[in-house]
Design a protein around this ligand. Structure first.
Ligand code: GDP
Ligand code: IMO
Ligand code: MG
Length: 425
């Protein structure tokens, strides 16, 4: 056995949480490798609807370990409240099961304040971040000044380092005319967080390495999606981490040859939260209908998600960047009842057509390209009880086949509803 990586192929919220839950039964570790509590991963199973921001989506399977990897930025307050909620429903998130890599980075309240202040200062040009402090924390990490989770093993020393960092951030907040946060109170609070979380600290790379050595199966859970990737997304309207399959090896600390399977999660249409280019966006009734039927409101911020047609050049791009072996197609049921469907299959500019997603030159250049659509008939029937591909209406089967044909990647999972069992596997 080896590592399986699950990644988003669009702008996040593809249904990674439910796909990870679907694969977790045969894993021995589920590990988050990037992002922080900007992520919101939903699992609907065993009578629960879990909205997970930091705890890996394998949490309902008691046999496996859960790891928050080195590549993650960790908001301790959010993690503790999530642990408390999970404890309350009897899910084990104790230190023998839920592990935090000592190399993960710590988010401070001043990181969140800096995120908000910078967004406010950008006005119309704002990125539309989740204001969870993600960008400022990764920036401090790259500057080599940030606190790491491992420092929580000495809560007193940790608190004194928090004091230094908050004081530094307060000076930066003053430049945005934002009131400073209390240094002492933050230090005291973070000391308490450290006392609570220290027993969970582990050498994450060693944990994964030992599991792989023993022949166990490791499931790596990506957050966000390809087009929010810091290097390969629609820069600058991206997040600040590596959201692609390669991010699993850097974010967890194991070798790329250990990855035996890469699963890309693709929603049957496209959504995006926040600002930035979205060529197939629907600003009409169809877009509103998809938002309503698909319940497209942010898991983390509650913001309405922008909705649009499926964009196959994006899926092809995801296949290339991630080396996808399989696609998990989610929310096919949401398209039921639409008479006509469109799918972008290429891009055009000045009369020339390309079949790849023209993302390399950034958000601005993307504005010059127009998607080229293929029209498809829709289907009427409710498909939420379908469990075999052959039982889907013909138009739905054709839609699935079109995605496979254009992406060159087999679809091994089709979501027809949010619940664990509502899938064609
Ligand atoms: P993630 O961030 O990629 O894990 O996705 P989110 O949890 O943010 O958003 C996906 C939403 O779609 C959640 O509310 C899921 O419960 C829901 N969902 C996932 N798969 C399906 C599906 O196949 N059909 C329907 N109707 N809902 C789904
Ligand atoms: P999951 O894992 C959708 C978006 C934000 C914003 C941009 C940068 O649930 O798919 P950030 O706070 O990361 O600096 O914001 O990225 N974003 C997401 N959009 N799903 C997510 O996570 C996201 N995480 C960040 O809306 O546009
Ligand atoms: Mg989400």
């Amino acid at each position: 056995m080896a590592a399986t990586v699950v990644v988003g192929t669009q702008w996040g919220d593809e249904g990674k949480g439910r796909v990870v839950d679907g694969l977790a039964g045969s894993a021995s570790i589920v590990a988050r490798f990037n992002g922080g509590d900007n992520a919101g991963h939903t699992v609907v199973a065993e009578g629960y609807t879990l909205q997970l921001h930091l705890v890996p989506s394998g949490v309902l399977y008691s046999h496996l370990k859960l790891l928050i990897g080195a590549g993650v930025v960790l908001n301790p307050e959010r993690l503790i409240s999530e642990m408390d909620q999970l404890n309350a429903i009897g899910a084990d998130v104790g230190p023998s099961r839920l592990k935090i890599s000592a190399a993960a980075h710590i988010i401070l309240p001043t990181h969140r304040a800096l995120d908000g202040a910078r967004e406010a200062s950008l006005g119309e040009e704002a990125i539309g971040t989740t204001k969870r402090g993600i960008g400022p924390t990764y920036a401090d990490k790259a500057k080599r000044v940030n606190l790491r989770a491992g420092e929580m093993s000495d809560p007193v020393e940790f608190a004194s380092r928090v004091t230094e960092r908050v004081a530094d951030h307060n000076r930066r907040l003053a430049q945005f005319d934002v009131q400073p946060l209390s240094v002492d109170e933050t230090a005291r609070t973070y000391r308490r967080y450290a006392e609570r979380l220290a027993p969970h600290l582990v050498d994450g790379s060693a944990l994964i390495g030992e599991a792989l050595e023993a022949g166990a199966s490791v499931l790596c859970e990506g957050a966000q999606g390809l087009l929010l990737d810091l290097d390969h997304g629609t820069y600058p309207f991206v997040t600040s981490s590596s959201t692609i399959a390669g991010g699993a090896t850097t974010g967890l600390g194991f070798g790329p040859k250990q990855i035996s399977r890469v699963v890309g999660v693709v929603k049957a249409y496209t959504t995006r939260v926040g600002q930035g280019p979205f060529p197939t966006e629907l600003l009409d009734e169809t877009g509103d209908r998809i938002r309503e039927v698909g319940n497209e409101f942010g898991t983390t911020t509650g913001r309405p998600r922008r909705c649009g047609w499926l964009d196959l050049p994006i899926v092809r791009y995801a296949a290339r960047v991630n080396g996808l072996d399989e696609l998990a197609l989610t929310k096919l049921d949401v398209l039921s009842g639409l008479e006509n469907l469109k799918v972008a299959v290429a891009y055009a500019r000045d009369g020339a057509q390309v079949d790849h997603f023209p993302a390399e030159f950034g958000a601005e250049s993307l504005a010059h390209w127009e998607p080229v659509y293929e029209d498809l008939p829709g289907w009427e029937a409710d498909i939420s009880d379908v469990r075999r591909r052959a039982d889907l209406p013909k138009a739905a089967r054709d839609y699935v086949a079109l995605v496979e044909g254009w992406s060159g990647v087999p679809i091994t999972f089709i979501g027809v509803g949010p619940r664990r069992e509502q899938a064609v596997v």
